[in-house]
Every structure is written in C-alpha cells, then in structure tokens.
Design a protein around this ligand. Structure first.
Ligand code: AP5
Ligand code: ZN
Length: 213
C-alpha cells in the first residue's frame, strides 16, 4: 500500500505511523524527522532548512521533494510506504505524482486527520521525544514510565524546538494556507478518507485499520 497521512501539527501522524508500518510492512517516510536529522548533523541541507523550521514556516518544495525522491528509490520502499508530513503543498503533490508515474505506481489512500485547532496546543506543548529512536510521549496522554526518560533505553527525553505555543500558531497558519489545498487535490481523485483524530490514540488506530482493510 502507498499511503499519505495529512493533518495539522500534533494530530497524531507520528503516533500512528509506527503501528501502520508494522502491520502493513511499509516504509515510513517522515519529512519532518528527516529534516531534523539533517539539522542535527549540520548537513548543507539541514543548514538550509533550519531557519524555516524554527519559525514554523515550510521548507522549500525543491529541498523536500529532493529528499523524498531519493528515499523512494530505496528497495525497502518498493512494496509500499507511509508518507508522514509530505506532500504539504500542491506543487509537492504534483511532483510526487510525476515521480510515482515513472515507476508505474500511484497513491492508494490519503488519511485526512481531522481535529479542531483548539486541541493542538496541549498535544504539542506536552510532547516529549527520544531523539535517537523518534519515540514520542505526552506528559498527560502517553506518559513515560519514568518522567523524562525513554521507556526502552532510559535515555533523556527532549522537547522539539518548534513545539511552543507561539511557533505552533505559525505552523497552523502554514497548514491551513498551504496544505488544505493538498487534501482537495486528492479528494478530486476520490482517495481521501477522513479520520476522527480527536479521539484517543487507540480509537484512532482502530479507525485507520478499518479504513485500510
Ligand atoms: P513535522 O515534523 O512534520 O511536524 P508537524 O506536521 O507539525 O507534525 P507533528 O510532528 O508536530 O505532529 P504529529 O501529527 O506527528 O503528532 P504526534 O503523533 O507526534 O514538520 C516539522 C517542520 O519541518 C515543519 O514545520 C516544516 O518546517 C518542515 N517540514 C516537514 N515536512 C515538510 C514538507 N513536506 N514541506 C515543507 N516543510 C516541511 O502527536 C503529538 C503529541 O500528541 C504526542 O505527544 C502524542 O503522544 C500525542 N498524541 C497523539 N495522538 C493522540 C491522541 N489521539 N490523543 C491524545 N494525545 C495524542
Ligand atoms: Zn510528526
């Protein structure tokens, strides 16, 4: 299966992706995670992306399309993939379609995580992540066994630099202005499935399972 997860910051894309990945043997491509890795390694690409990410703006289409084009060549992605946080503009969606067409494949389903903006601040400001594995926790909704420590390695958890109430506002504006048209783009192809993302994580997982069955 080739699946796109789309929705605002904190809607649950990164939480649901590992479950989908396991159950359907897909590769998980999250442009946000890839960009944060590039920033941490101070690669030229990371240096270029950092300023936009810190202020909650989108990184240039050419940069992210380049990353995704390269990732889609991986043998592990040949059978199927989950795109988490990509495409985020109509230009990115068009470029993705063109790249997939060359491979003779297409997107099967777009899961549109619907959630009210008012819920997202609590989700975002309470998120804690284990940088090495990408595992994420929430101080209220998914707390680690030991406060501030990763359940598996015991290593320290950190907060993302862009996970402040102030930067969230900018990320939400980017989402509504630039990414909502992407949902419309795929709706015209009849492949969008709405997911009620306000429900608890387990309920959302069930809904996704049903929609992919
Ligand atoms: P990115 O990393 O993609 O961030 P985002 O889209 O803002 O999404 P988040 O990762 O914040 O949310 P999520 O939906 O994964 O939430 P999660 O499951 O962790 O992008 C970051 C930046 O990179 C962008 O701002 C941009 O600059 C750049 N970028 C990335 N892709 C780009 C692209 N294609 N083009 C241009 N620029 C790009 O959940 C959040 C919290 O809530 C967690 O703590 C979790 O435990 C908790 N939680 C999850 N589900 C539930 C639930 N059902 N109930 C209660 N709590 C829950
Ligand atoms: Zn995420």
């Amino acid at each position: 299966k080739r699946i796109i997860l789309v929705g605002p910051p904190g809607c649950g894309k990164g939480t649901q992706s590992p479950i989908l990945k396991e159950e359907h043997c897909l590769c998980h491509l999250a442009t946000g995670d890839m960009l944060r890795a590039a920033v941490a390694q101070q690669t030229p690409l990371g240096l270029e992306a950092k300023a936009a990410m810190d202020k909650g703006a989108l990184v240039s289409d050419d940069l992210v399309v380049g990353i995704i084009d390269e990732a889609l060549q991986r043998p592990s992605c040949a059978k199927g993939f989950i795109l988490d946080g990509f495409p985020r503009t109509v230009v990115q969606a068009q470029k993705l379609d063109a790249a997939l067409e060359k491979q003779g494949v297409k997107i099967d389903k777009v899961l549109d995580f619907e959630i009210d903006d008012s819920i997202l601040e609590e989700r975002i400001t309470g998120r804690w992540i284990h940088p090495a594995s990408g595992r994420s926790y929430h101080s209220k909704f998914a707390p680690p066994k030991v406060s501030g420590k990763d359940d598996i390695t015991g290593e320290a958890l950190i907060q993302r630099k862009d996970d402040t109430a102030e930067v969230l506002k900018k990320r939400l504006t980017s989402f509504h202005e630039q990414t909502t048209p992407v949902i419309e783009y795929y709706a015209q192809k009849g492949i969008v499935k709405k997911i009620e993302a306000e429900k608890s994580a387990n309920v959302v997982t069930e809904e996704i399972r049903k929609s992919l069955a």
